[in-house]
Design a protein around this ligand. Structure first.
Ligand SMILES: [Zn+2]
Length: 287
């Protein structure tokens, strides 16, 4: 989980740029007629997101050809994004490219392991078509996170909302909440779970669990950890085979400290922490 700075593009600038790509006069007029309505939706989104209350926005269950606002159908609202922001060669594509490039090292903010390959609608456009080009709702994400359960699921209360990288990433990284257990298997197995500080509100404590679940992060982190464990094992066999177990522990603590300085809730930090705390692993379970 990583935070990203909120995009600074104003709604009207984004909307007008998309409009430059609309060729059909009637469709363009229909879009222009709802400009103010969509601006209002974008403004409401910003207020609710800052309060952690996006779940309060009512999902739209209409069919694709149903009119949603003015003379514009659900399909046409979604088309604002796919036809005039994503489509190559359209003026609105500059917004898409800018958002895609906003994640440092192309790292997906939801998981912190995948490479950004798409924009994810935090509130999915299938259910929230009026928000399809609201930049605050567009998160650069990896394919796995974009295709995860969050892709179609809609939060029904505050505690089931995944963490929003633009609004909440910093707050949820203020303390460690990601931990793991070391199972005494051969090779060792790392199992991830959320255990947020008791000082957090009940809603926030549940939300980190919802975040893990939404993106299937426990399983994906375990997979990453298995690869990392093979490197640790090789290092111990090559350089620490005849060392006392406390030297192996010190090595793991060093790795954990370095990871902690970068990100308190990275899967690596939690893994090194758990390994260094495992007497079994340091005594020889690494083999
Ligand atoms: Zn991801």
């Amino acid at each position: 989980m990583r935070s990203l700075p909120k995009p600074i593009a104003a709604f009207y600038d984004v909307f007008d740029l998309c409009m430059e790509g609309v060729g059909r006069a009637v469709l363009k007029k229909n879009y222009e007629d709802i400009r103010g309505d969509l601006y209002k939706d974008a403004s409401d989104y910003d207020v609710l997101a800052a309060q952690g209350d996006l779940w309060k926005i009512v999902p739209n269950n209409q069919l694709k050809d149903d009119v949603v606002v003015g003379n514009v159908t659900k399909k046409q609202l979604r088309g604002l994004y796919s036809n005039y922001m994503v489509a190559e060669g359209k003026p609105g594509r500059a917004i898409y490219d800018g958002l895609m490039a906003s994640a440092p090292l192309e790292m997906c903010p939801y998981c912190g392991v995948g490479r950004v390959s798409t924009l994810d609608h935090y509130l999915p456009k299938a259910k929230f078509p009026r928000l399809s080009i609201v930049v605050e709702n567009l998160i650069p994400a990896c394919k796995d996170c974009n295709m995860g359960t969050k892709g179609t699921a809609v939060a029904v209360n505050a505690e089931s909302q995944p963490i929003h990288p633009y609004y909440e990433g910093v707050d949820f990284n203020s303390a460690q909440w990601l931990f793991c257990d070391v199972l005494q298997t051969s090779p060792a197995t790392i199992i991830y779970y959320a255990n947020p500080p008791v000082s957090w509100s009940p809603v926030d404590r549940k939300r980190v669990g919802a975040h893990l679940k939404s993106f299937d992060l426990s399983a994906r982190f375990s997979f990453q950890a298995a690869e990392e464990l093979s490197h640790v094992r090789q290092t111990f066999i090559q350089y620490y085979r005849n060392s006392p177990s406390n030297e192996r522990r010190d090595y793991l603590v060093q790795l954990e400290t370095a990871e902690y300085a970068l990100r308190p809730n990275s899967w690596k930090r939690a893994m090194y922490q758990a390994l260094s705390n495992s007497q079994w692993y340091c005594d020889g379970g690494y083999q």
